[in-house]
Structure formats: structure tokens, C-alpha cells
Design a protein around this ligand. Structure first.
Ligand code: PMM
Length: 264
């Protein structure tokens, strides 16, 4: 069964659940709801990485995310920390996180690989070419699938050289990161280039802007969740190990329907 990573934004500025879960208690409650809906991993983030977002800084990121990590891990949930800061990852690991989800794959903070290696936790490496303010300027590709796979492979080499066990590595093509419009669809179509590296692969499409080219700019959040659920099924078909979503129920149902189809 594919892993469903439920997004627990402990941020007031995430584009997709804009402030609904900005206080620790609300975020903890939301995480518990996602687990009850079938999330197998809870991904806690204290700073939005959406395009154009303003970094909040280490102190605020930790203030937002730590209590949420601590409580959800104490519940027995498998918790990941969504951060590119090594110091935040270190604190979150001490609070019970067992996966570090770094959208920059260790590029944004030179200490990240050592922190993950020392802790012996899982490392989710996102494809990234630069900070979110610059990322559309960096979206130049000849063959997006192959280039994303090659660049992820370089991050794997760096991670393993730093002492991270290859069995702890998960790769993510970074939908929306240094990719514009159709390049996001293309990297999904070419997911086989990434799965061919031989690691677990997780895909994050949830409510992202590129979905607009299929369902329209003005599609409601519910319609974005349906579109996301379809991409979850297609990602599974393409060999993904996991998907990262806001609305766990729609993706869980879509995957269950697929299982019934396959089992008939
Ligand atoms: N996308 C966002 C944040 N974190 N982590 C992974 N592994 N993959 C992603 O695609 C990803 C991520 C940005 O989306 P959000 O603001 O809705 O969390």
C-alpha cells in the first residue's frame, strides 16, 4: 500500500489552508484528524516553502513546529519535519520526528546531511535548484525527467558520502520547485527516470498551482483535492512509494478504488 503523507502546516501563511492551523493546538488536532483519515506519515512544517513566501526564521519555525512534532510523535504517529534548516531538523528529531523532509535535499544548509547522518533518521530529498524567490528563473531544462533524476542522484551521492544509509533515502521530484507550468506535468510523466534510481519516491502535487492548467485558475479547494487524488493514483501507477497531500480522505478513497479495480 502506498504511503499517504498528510500535511500539517503549523504556519499562518500556507497558500492552501491559509491560517486555519496556525496555533499548535489546532495543528495537533488537524494532524490527529489526518491520521484518523488514513495518513501513514504526518509532515509538520513551520515555514511555508510556497513560491514567493517570506522565510520566518529559525526561532519562529521551531516555536510553531516543535510542539506539534512532539505531541503527534507521542501519539505514536510517524512524523516528518518539513524543513531545510539543519538546526530545526535536529530539534525536531529530538522531539520525535523520524523523517527529515528537506525540499532542498541538503543544498540549503551545509549542516543538514551531517545532522541526518548522525541521527540515523530517514531523509526525504527534494529536487531543488534555489530559494523559492528565484525558482522560476531556474526552471530551464532540456529533458526535465532526466535532469531531475541526475540532480537527485548527485544529492544521493552527497548524502551517502556524509554517512546517510542509502536505505533511509527517499526521493521527491519537487513538483513546483524550479519548475514552471508544463514542466511539472512532464516531470510526473517522466517519473520513471526518478524511480529508476532505485530509491523510494514520494510525490507532492497537492493543491499546487500547476493543476490549474487542467482544472482552471479559479477551481475551488475541493476541486483541487479531487485533481490531487487523481494525481495520487497516477503517481502510484508510475511507481511512487508515497504521496504528500492536504486532504487525506480524497486520496485514500481514490487509492482504495484503484486497489479494488486491480484486485477484481
Ligand atoms: N511541497 C511543499 C512543501 N513541502 N515537501 C515535499 N517532500 N514535497 C513537496 O512537493 C513539497 C514539500 C509546498 O507545498 P505546501 O506549501 O502546500 O506544503
Amino acid at each position: 500500500m502506498i504511503q499517504i503523507m498528510g500535511i500539517v502546516n503549523a504556519t499562518p501563511d500556507s497558500f492552501s489552508d491559509g491560517g486555519e492551523h496556525d496555533e499548535p493546538d489546532a495543528a495537533i488536532e488537524h494532524g490527529r484528524t489526518l491520521a484518523a483519515h488514513g495518513a501513514t506519515i504526518l509532515d509538520v512544517g513551520g515555514e511555508s516553502t510556497r513560491p514567493g513566501s517570506v522565510p520566518v526564521g529559525f526561532d519562529e519555525e521551531v516555536r510553531r513546529a516543535l510542539p506539534v512534532v512532539e505531541r503527534l510523535a507521542a501519539d505514536g504517529s510517524l512524523v516528518s519535519i518539513d524543513t531545510y534548516r539543519a538546526a530545526t531538523a535536529e530539534r525536531a528529531i529530538a522531539a520525535g520526528a523520524r523523517i527529515v523532509n528537506d525540499v532542498s535535499g541538503g543544498l540549503a544548509d551545509a549542516d543538514m546531511l551531517d545532522v541526518v547522518a548522525d541521527a540515523g533518521v530517514e531523509f526525504l530529498i527534494g529536487h531543488w535548484r534555489g530559494p523559492s524567490a528565484d525558482m522560476y528563473a531556474l526552471a530551464e531544462y532540456e529533458h526535465v525527467g532526466r535532469e531531475v533524476a541526475r540532480e537527485l542522484g548527485q544529492r544521493v551521492d552527497a548524502a551517502v558520502a556524509a554517512g546517510i544509509d542509502p536505505s533511509k533515502i527517499i526521493l521527491d521530484p519537487g513538483v513546483g520547485f524550479a519548475k514552471a507550468g508544463a514542466q511539472n506535468w512532464r516531470v510526473l510523466r517522466e517519473l520513471g527516470d526518478v524511480t529508476a534510481l532505485g530509491f523510494r519516491v514520494l510525490v507532492g502535487t497537492s493543491r499546487k498551482r500547476f493543476l490549474s492548467s487542467a482544472i482552471g485558475e479559479d477551481a475551488s479547494r475541493d476541486r483541487r483535492d479531487i485533481a490531487t487524488a487523481v494525481t495520487s493514483v497516477l503517481a502510484q501507477r508510475a511507481g511512487a512509494w508515497g504521496v504528500r497531500v492536504h486532504d487525506v480522505t480524497s486520496t485514500r478513497d481514490a487509492l482504495a478504488v484503484t486497489d479494488s479495480w486491480d484486485a477484481a
